[in-house]
Ligand binder design. Structure first.
Ligand SMILES: Cc1cc2nc3c(=O)[nH]c(=O)nc-3n(C[C@H](O)[C@H](O)[C@H](O)COP(=O)(O)OP(=O)(O)OC[C@H]3O[C@@H](n4cnc5c(N)ncnc54)[C@H](O)[C@@H]3O)c2cc1C
Length: 463
């Protein structure tokens, strides 16, 4: 079977790898001139690779760990001590261990104990998500941890990530964060370990690419899909011209380059709105309005990420959550407090993280203007910070960064199988109840390959 995989992020590469293993030749079409999608790297100079968006793994991320093992590169993964902080009421509080919570002054002593006890109860007693699917995170936090915990901790964090939609976020989303990632018991209670691949995420992509190409497939960079149609016998994928990525994400803005290619199957791993825009009318008609309604119902927050190279350390922490909405960003991730500067030739890197609703004016500004907005906030966290510390800056925007998971989300997820034999959709909106992440993209990639094979087998049986 000849298969087109659209998107060379983690999901797309894993789908193509799994299908290649099963003996199918896959062409992977990627709009960007590099591999990895949201987890892509950039060369920050001198061949030093760093993710455009901060990335780490949790000890519970077993699917990606298993993939590293399967590809005979387990030594790539290193587990490093993490240090977390919460910036609230004008200062950064360490926020890694239960003891840190007990010392977190913005909450009253009673609220600290109540919040910790509720988190532990959730981890110990509630291993299933179903009871939380019809509740908002706000309702659960206020009831179980108290109003103060919502006002001082969870409310600011949810507003930071989801903006105006914070109060609509499902408790299922928070349940997954609180129960699946880290167990507040044993050694992990004292010290959180996070994973990071020794040579960035890039060697994983290179290895996956090799397995796909060794099986007769192609990985086509800077070659997006511009349209997908159906000629009555096969799918027709029209590639877009090189440099199309400069025109944004909407494939309708891409110029066609060359003749359409024919495929028995297509797995699209692009965001839901891109998938919708890729389908020619006939094929969209076959997919049907019920399925497309679910696809069109997907909502995302955009990530706006400023990566700064600094001439010195900014803070003592790897990860600082900003629980103060007066600051115009939501997180500070100091990569070189996680992976030593020596790894980067002595250089130091800080990500300033933000999530915004599409259309927000801040998404339109350049680095200098953004720094004008961020500088007072950075100085609130570290009063000595000055723009002279900045050696380099890069700005990245990801429109489909975070699916907005509201109450009743499960019922609205489009299945992987679109209902058209041979056409599969696999993207971050279908990862549930866990929050999206590379680990779950590895799982999704495997599931998508199975969904495609099953749908083709069903078609063969009726022909
Ligand atoms: C700010 C941020 C921080 C994150 N931190 C972490 C973390 O710490 N740990 C973690 O595990 N995960 C993290 N994630 C999440 C993780 O990166 C994603 O969940 C995962 O990479 C998604 O993979 P994917 O392949 O499903 O989608 P994507 O990576 O979005 O891949 C889709 C691909 O499709 C391509 N594409 C789009 N249109 C077309 C077209 N027309 N034709 C061809 N190709 C097209 C895109 O360029 C992209 O490469 C983070 C994400 C963000 C945004």
């Amino acid at each position: 079977m000849r298969v087109a995989v659209v998107g060379a992020g983690v999901t797309g590469l894993v789908v193509a790898h799994r299908l290649s293993e099963a003996g199918h030749a896959c062409d992977v079409y990627e709009r960007w001139p590099g591999l990895g999608g949201q987890a892509a790297t950039l060369d920050v100079g001198d061949g030093v690779l760093l993710e455009r968006y901060y990335h780490h793994l949790f000890t519970s991320d077993r699917h990606i760990v298993a993939l590293y093992e399967e590809l005979e590169m387990p030594e790539e993964l290193e587990w490093r001590a993490s240090s977390m902080a919460m910036f609230s009421e004008g200062r950064s509080y360490p926020f890694t261990t239960p003891l840190d919570l007990l010392r977190f002054k913005p909450l009253s002593p009673v609220s600290r104990v109540r919040m910790g006890a509720a988190a532990v109860m959730l981890q110990r007693r509630h291993r299933k998500v179903e009871p939380f699917e019809s509740l908002t995170a706000r309702a659960w936090v206020e009831r179980s941890m108290g109003r103060q915990a919502y006002e001082k901790v969870w409310g600011p964090l949810l507003r930071g990530k989801f903006g105006d939609r914070a109060d609509d976020i499902s408790m299922a989303w928070l349940w997954s964060k609180l129960t699946l990632r880290r167990q507040i018991k044993g050694d992990e209670a004292k010290q959180e370990l996070l994973g990071y691949p020794r040579g960035s995420w890039e060697p994983l992509y290179a290895r996956l690419r090799r397995t796909i190409e060794d099986a007769g497939g192609r990985v086509l960079l800077d070659r997006p899909a511009a349209r997908i149609g159906w000629d009555g016998d096969a799918f027709q994928l029209t590639p877009g011209a090189p440099d199309s990525f400069r025109r944004g994400l909407d494939p309708r803005a891409f110029e066609a380059a060359g003749e359409p290619e024919r495929y028995d199957g297509v797995v699209a791993t692009v965001p839901s709105d891109v998938f919708d825009a890729l389908l020619e009318d006939d094929l969209a008609g076959r997919v049907g309005s019920a399925y497309l309604e679910r696809v069109r119902g997907a909502e995302y927050q955009t990530a706006l990420c400023l990566l700064l190279e600094l001439d010195r350390r900014f803070s003592p922490f790897y990860w600082t959550n900003i629980a103060d909405r007066a600051l115009p960003f939501v997180g500070l991730i100091e990569q070189t407090n996680f992976v030593e500067p020596e790894h980067y030739g002595g250089r130091r890197f800080l990500y300033v993280a933000n999530y915004l609703a599409r259309g927000q004016p801040l998404l339109e500004v350049g680095v200098d203007e953004l720094l004008d907005v961020y500088e007072p906030g950075l100085q609130r966290v570290n009063a000595e910070f000055s723009r002279d510390w900045i050696r380099n800056a890069w700005l990245f925007k990801e429109p489909a960064a975070q699916p907005i998971v509201t109450v009743g989300y499960r019922e609205r997820i489009p299945p992987l199988d679109t209902g058209v034999p041979g056409l599969v959709l696999a993207n971050t909106t279908q990862i549930y109840p866990e929050d999206r992440g590379t680990n779950y993209s590895v799982r999704l990639g495997g599931e998508a390959a199975k969904a495609l094979t099953a749908s083709m087998a069903a078609l063969k049986a009726v022909r």
